[in-house]
Design a protein. Structure first.
Length: 311
């Protein structure tokens, strides 16, 4: 019997998916790839392999999980196995530079960005930017490493000070700051390469934007009590021409499941700035909208498993 194989390094993020797979009585196996042994001479098992490896794995002491996963995906794909979110998806997951290059190739506008390695080079790279600007890590996740700077002096003080966050791959991005008329971004979710729903994310409390409960820190990141508006809110009936471009981008990069985030400036121009191929969903927002991402993923994986079994 063939299985669905879940490739990941975070049990908390995969728990909702496993629950739905159980509810649907779908066979699956957990592949926790923080470390292991890969014998290239062996044949992989038969089934469908869903890659949920995260760019932020190093924050959970799984430093080489993406590299190991890349090796496993290469093995699976060379052996002809069905992979959901392929090697190319992982390459984009761990590199915003790669994301932006591919997005631009598909006619999708991204903020002006310069990549720099070395503290002095970071400051030099920022000299041509209109202030304010932001820095972020090339390989991050959850908004890690995002800093807003009003001027070069503030940046120089930061990069030469004790609080400088060294990116795990050594690459810091200096990026155009997009001023939105309202403090929110839009995240578009795709399942099976097709648009599922869009969610409005309140950014007034900062850049911690992961929808999963485990990523939210206290009341500042997960409004409760008397807070009037939730941090995450599914947008009913969202449509936009950008969706067609996103679907083409995903298709060409072997990505079936992803969340893509954009921000709109005062002139109405859309800037796409992040692609997340191990997307999570906010349960409170989904309960209100009665749309459930992990359930749809489980159904999608079940259909792919049927295809693999020739049914």
């Amino acid at each position: 019997m063939k299985n669905i194989y879940i490739i990941h390094e975070n049990d908390e993020w995969t728990a909702p998916l496993k629950k739905h797979l159980d509810d649907l009585d779908l066979p699956y196996e957990d592949w926790f790839l923080d470390e292991g042994i890969l014998d290239l001479s062996k044949e992989p098992p038969q089934g469908v392999f869903y890659n949920r490896m995260s760019a932020s794995s190093h924050t959970r002491d799984h430093r080489y999980a993406p590299e190991y996963t890349a090796a496993v995906l290469a093995w699976l794909q060379r052996k002809g196995r069905k992979v959901i979110n392929t090697e190319d998806a992982l390459r984009l997951e761990v590199s915003k530079v790669a994301q932006y290059a591919s997005l631009n190739a598909h006619g999708i506008k991204t903020p002006k960005t310069i990549a720099a390695v070395g503290r002095e080079e970071i400051v030099r790279a920022a000299e041509g930017f209109i202030t304010p600007f932001i820095t972020k890590h090339n390989r991050a996740g959850k908004g890690l490493g995002v800093q807003l700077f009003q001027n070069i002096d503030a940046l120089q003080e930061y990069v030469n000070g004790p609080n400088f966050e060294v990116p795990i791959d050594g690459i810091t991005l200096i990026q155009q700051y997009i001023q939105s008329p309202e403090p929110f971004i839009t995240r578009c979710e795709f399942i099976g390469g097709k648009f599922f729903y869009a969610v409005r994310v309140d950014t007034s409390e900062g850049f911690e934007l992961c929808p999963a409960d485990v990523c939210q820190i206290g009341e500042g990141a997960c409004p409760v009590g008397e807070v009037e508006k939730p941090k995450f809110e599914v947008i009913e009936g969202f449509t936009n021409p950008i969706l067609e471009h996103y679907e083409g981008f995903l298709r060409s990069n072997g990505i079936q499941i992803a969340g893509i985030e954009f921000i709109t400036d005062r002139k109405g121009t859309i800037y796409t700035y992040d692609v997340n191929t191990n997307t999570n969903y906010n349960p409170e927002a989904e309960a209100v909208a009665e749309k459930y991402g992990m359930l749809e993923i489980a159904k999608y994986l079940g259909k792919e498993l049927e295809k693999a079994e020739g049914k």
